[in-house]
Design a protein around this ligand. Structure first.
Ligand SMILES: [Zn+2]
Ligand SMILES: [Zn+2]
Ligand SMILES: [Zn+2]
Length: 301
């Protein structure tokens, strides 16, 4: 499936351009419906709001910044995958397309293995962005979004997105791997989970206090409380890395998830009535975008 993209595009630059176009369509297709469901004024209800980690809503200007930053990140996130397909089609590395002559167990095994390796890599790279000033200078741009929306999944600086997508380039150079599965795993699974992590809402079917999986609250807490030298909840799927490296948000500081807020009686109908939901339809107006502010996203040191 994906190997044909490179053949069709004909060159590395063509593959990158083609993948960037597909990725842009994909990002908006995945993030927009979730944003519409949770943030459009007509869709915000009390029943949904009691699960919102941050009781307040971001301004349309912040969401615009997320979209601009997402597009910046996207153009770099497609470099490694394009390079990977290009190398594969020229016979470098062990990438193959389709099922090849491998067993089902091999495909499932490599998928599970790359999942764990990629999750640890994402955690380590992310943590580095919080403990080393050089890397924080790139990563801090993801942290201007203290109250993120589903558009902020890859709202990163180019350097960050290049490294975050680098397993797509490195893994097929190390061992035989089904490129279709690898791309589905990174593109579909990781991005969809990223949308959940950034959606701003918790869910009744999984408690933020579970001991295994990072929920949307952990990532909201990361955006709201993490900065340089305070790497709380840097993990993506699994909590184990934060547990091992001691980067869980300290319990002594008190939990601020929606589940605890509900238990503490902070999510009453009266409180909900005090909340203002901005009119995000302004994001559909070209005049809202045709301003210099669109390109001025300022991140503090
Ligand atoms: Zn971070
Ligand atoms: Zn984030
Ligand atoms: Zn809690």
């Amino acid at each position: 499936m994906l190997c044909e993209i490179n053949e069709y595009a004909g060159s590395l630059l063509g593959t990158w351009a083609y993948m960037s176009l597909l990725e842009t369509i994909f990002l908006f297709t995945m993030s927009t419906p979730v944003f519409y469901y949770y943030y459009a004024r007509s869709n915000v209800t009390y029943e949904k709001w009691i699960y919102k980690s941050n009781p307040k809503f971001p301004s349309p200007e912040k969401v615009r910044d997320e979209i601009v930053q997402m597009m910046k990140g996207m153009f770099c996130a497609t470099i490694c995958p394009a390079l990977s397909l290009h190398l594969a089609s020229n016979g470098y590395g062990y990438a193959f397309c389709g099922w090849g002559d491998r067993s089902l167990a091999y495909h499932v095994g490599t998928m599970l293995f790359t999942w764990m390796v990629a999750d640890f890599f994402e955690f380590s790279y992310h943590r580095l962005g919080h403990i080393d000033l050089k890397w924080w200078r790139h990563h801090k741009h993801h942290h201007v979004f203290h109250n993120p929306s589903p558009f902020s999944v890859i709202a990163d600086e180019p350097v960050d997105q290049f490294f975050r997508s680098s397993p797509l380039l490195v893994l097929p150079l190390l061992f035989p791997i089904n490129m279709d599965l690898l791309f589905i795993q990174f593109g579909l699974l990781f991005y969809c989970y990223g949308v959940y992590l950034h959606c701003g809402y918790e869910h009744s079917f999984i408690s933020p206090h579970n001991g295994v999986i990072n929920t949307s609250f952990q990532h909201y807490a990361h955006h709201a409380r993490s900065s340089m030298n305070t790497p709380y909840h840097c993990g993506f799927f699994f909590k184990i890395w934060d547990q091992l490296f001691g980067t869980m948000y300290p319990e002594a500081k008190g939990c601020f998830c929606a589940e605890c807020a509900r238990k503490n009686g902070e999510r009453s109908l009266e409180e909900f009535k005090k909340i203002t939901v901005p009119d995000y339809t302004i994001l559909l107006k070209p005049s809202f975008w045709m301003t210099l502010d669109t390109f001025k996203i300022v991140a503090k040191e």
